[in-house]
Design a protein around this ligand. Sequence first.
Ligand code: HEM
Length: 174
Amino acid sequence: MKDQYNGVARFLHWSIALLIIVNVLVALYMDELPKADKISVESLHRSIGILILEMVIFRIFWAFYKPAPPLPDSIPAKEKKLGKIVQHSLYLLMLLVPVFGYLLTITEGDPASFFNLYNLPAIMGENEAWQEFFEEGHEILAWTLVALSSLHIAAGIKHLISKDGIFERMWPKK
Ligand code: HEM
């Protein structure tokens, strides 16, 4: 299909979306657990979060290398502008949420381990005040990401129902 996102962008879009949903569910589950059982679920949450961070960084480079196809003229300028604002805010949040998670982990004195394969560098030492700041920030930003993603999903469903061809730009090729 003409004016469709390229295959790499579509693959990253749907896999990052799925990983964010899974990681929010893992976080909610982990919150309910007693401290002793929490460790393995928490390290899964951290690893998935690091994977999301790496994929989002790659996605941003890819967006510069292969920019999005232009939107059709049938979409009103105001709607185009709103879509851009939401999408750029989503990129920012998808970077900030895992970065705050990483900083909260290292200021807690824990390693930011990626599936026990390697650790992200401990650029800060254990520090209770910063740990509280990053923990609060991680929560607020994560729930803002969930709220904005819901708006993004609602817009996607609206395009799917109105059959204006916008949803298909991000859907796998027929
Ligand atoms: C896009 C990726 C991520 C999402 C969507 C996400 C989401 C969340 C959510 C929703 C919570 C629960 C907040 C609450 O209690 O209301 C949470 C907690 C937590 N996250 Fe993440 N997170 C991500 C990445 C990361 C990363 C990369 C790390 C560390 C390397 C991390 C470490 C933590 C930790 C340690 C907690 C528990 C905080 C506490 O002690 O209450 N997260 N995350």
